[in-house]
Design a protein around this ligand. Structure first.
Ligand code: ZN
Length: 305
């Protein structure tokens, strides 16, 4: 029998799985959380709602914390649960264990606005260098007592990015394959466009009754999910096309290509953080074109092959 979702004070509940929607999903530090009511109660990505999560932490009901990946907006409240067991994918372990590793994954420019922004948040939020006691691989079951939740490795956004399939409620949680209007985000050294695309194809073929993501307070049925996912995926091609058109007009360097507005709108690029993200994502597309033999670089100038 299908389980129907019910609305709660902080989100939505399906059986023993409670979704806590991000209080302010426009803020970079926030993402949805999932509370798994189990003899081994587990919180996924504690980053949604300080008041509620603090309450849960003080009641000491949570035994495990699972982070779907290492990004700060998915573990900004990990510290509330410091006596719990921590779980992540093995490929994101290094960046969770130390902030130095986080920075190595972040940006090749060591003093970019992005790096400075990260240093600033890590000093203002209480994010400690973590410890992790359980590492997951693709298809592993999350260590729970009463529920079957399977980890699916969907790299690209980060190397160890995880989706979770909640078998009891037939719901796939795709974390930062998040279906937001901006489209896919891969502005990290550790991000990879081809892996991202393969992961999108994988979740597309994954049949479930319900779907949810880390940003946006709602669940989708399969039809709604596929429609949004199609749009999300098409952003890669649109960005590719814009870049090739720009290079068709004339050869250009990375700096110039990063000012056009390939990912963000050009009007948004006055924000130094977005400008950094733009540069990194444009660079990923260029390197991919180069591997495909479509373009080449001479003295920092990119040209069509
Ligand atoms: Zn992320």
């Amino acid at each position: 029998m299908a389980i129907e979702p019910t609305t709660t004070e902080n989100g939505l509940r399906l059986g023993d799985i409670e979704f806590i929607w991000a209080r302010n999903s426009r803020d970079f530090f926030f993402s949805n959380s999932i509370l798994i009511h189990d003899s081994q109660t587990t919180i996924v990505d504690p980053s949604s709602n300080f008041t509620y999560l603090e309450q849960l932490a003080s009641r000491k009901v949570v035994q495990q914390v699972l982070n779907t990946h290492y990004h700060v907006d998915h573990r900004s409240l990990n510290h509330l649960f410091r006596n719990c067991q921590f779980i992540c994918h093995e490929k994101d372990l290094a960046a969770i264990l130390s902030f130095d590793n986080y920075l190595k994954y972040a940006d090749s420019e060591r003093n970019s606005d992005y790096v400075l922004w990260l240093k600033n948040i890590f000093s203002s939020l209480e994010i400690l260098d973590g410890y992790v006691s359980i590492l997951l691989k693709d298809e592993d079951l999350v260590p729970l007592k009463d529920h079957a939740v399977r980890a699916l490795h969907i790299p690209g956004h980060t190397p160890g990015h995880l989706a979770l399939f909640f078998e009891d409620i037939d719901l796939l949680y795709t974390s930062d394959i998040d279906l937001t209007p901006l489209g896919p985000w891969y502005a990290n050294i550790s991000s990879d466009i081809d892996e991202f695309l393969a992961s999108i194809r994988r979740v597309k073929l994954f049949h479930a009754q319900y779907y949810a993501t880390s940003h946006g307070g709602r669940i989708y049925d399969r039809e709604q999910f596929l429609e949004k996912l199609e749009k999300f995926e098409s952003a890669f091609e649109k960005r590719d096309t814009r870049l090739l058109e720009a290079l068709h007009e004339r050869p250009r360097d990375l700096k110039e290509l990063s000012q056009i507005g390939i990912v963000f709108k050009s009007s948004q690029l006055s924000d130094p953080l977005k400008a950094c993200f733009e540069r990194q994502m444009v660079e990923k597309h260029l390197e991919r074109f180069e591997r495909q033999g479509k373009i080449y670089q001479e003295n920092g100038i990119w040209r069509l092959a």
